[in-house]
Design a binder for this molecule. Structure first.
Ligand code: ADP
Ligand code: MG
Length: 270
């Protein structure tokens, strides 16, 4: 059996391969000791690690694991997923929206880090908690769908009030910029606030990503990371904003496991 593990800041992503069949699972990073206990049941497994907590996990387990650099592992996993999907793009930007967001440019078989932003899944949870007191991830993402961002965010069309706009009117001019205009006529619900948080996170991630795509002359932006899990609103915001800015978004199913799958791939090649 082969086990690939990407131990990240918030979640530990695991890909298990047995008889050519893949199983995906995840744990919270706070449960790393539990993952180590689970690994002890498979002393003969070939284990490959990556991610910020890889070295700590290695110190807890009996297997002598292969380790790879997270960015290389993630790229390797993305290549594998794209190949399996029959999606043949070889010049693109990928944006890994995890606890934070890391952005990379790919040209053929090489990737370079193009930048990043602190806006990501951690901000989504932390800022939402400050505004609403809600911690549970699934509660956050399901509430978000019922929210109304229009009373919180100021769009270009709100400023131009029907006049011809120099850029698309649907673009956000100021995240949270409509709050003071509406404070006396609207009550802001938890759902509205969370939707607006997903808005600022999604649009920041998209903006930074497409700037990288423009800089390097790429047409596609590939988005991965657990922040999109069970989170249709974030996915829609990122997809629509990427299209509105004239780039092509692509989401990889199970993309959050790219690092875990990729470190296994690199182990096989080593
Ligand atoms: P990292 O590699 O930094 O751990 P991930 O790609 O796993 O990052 O994404 C972490 C983000 O995924 C969290 O910040 C949160 O927004 C989101 N997330 C998705 N599912 C969960 C969950 N069950 N528990 C906590 N966060 C989750
Ligand atoms: Mg990660």
């Amino acid at each position: 059996m082969k086990i690939g593990i990407d131990a990240g800041g918030t979640l530990i992503k695991i890909v298990q391969i047995e008889n050519n069949e893949r199983t995906f699972k995840k744990y919270k990073s706070t449960e790393i000791e539990k993952v180590a206990e689970w690994l002890k049941a498979y002393p003969d497994a070939q284990v490959a690690l990556t991610g910020g907590k890889a070295t700590y996990l290695q110190s807890l387990i009996p297997q002598q694991a292969f380790q790879s650099i997270e960015f290389d592992a993630t790229f390797k996993g993305i290549q594998t997923f794209l190949l399996e999907q029959g999606k043949s793009i070889d010049k693109f930007v990928f944006s890994n929206v995890g606890t934070g967001t890391s952005i990379h440019f790919v040209n053929g078989d090489t990737q370079i880090r193009a930048g990043g932003t602190g806006a990501g899944g951690g901000m989504m949870q932390g800022l939402s908690y400050l505004l609403t007191g809600i911690e549970d991830y699934d509660k956050l993402t399901s509430l978000a769908k019922q929210g109304d961002r229009d009373i919180i965010d100021l769009k270009v069309k709100h400023i131009y009030k029907g006049d011809k706009t120099p850029i698309p009117g649907e673009l956000t001019a100021a995240n949270f910029g409509n709050v003071l205009h509406n404070k006396d006529i609207h009550q802001f619900s938890d759902a509205d606030k969370i939707a607006a948080v997903l808005g600022v996170v999604g649009e920041t991630v998209t903006t930074v990503s497409i700037h990288a795509a423009r800089e390097f002359g790429a047409e596609y932006v590939v988005y991965i990371g657990s922040s999109f899990l069970n989170n249709d609103l974030l996915r829609d915001i990122v997809m629509n904003y990427t299209v509105l800015r004239n780039f092509k978004p692509h989401f990889i199913p199970n993309g959050e496991y790219s690092g875990a799958l990729g470190t296994l791939g690199l182990m096989d090649e080593a």
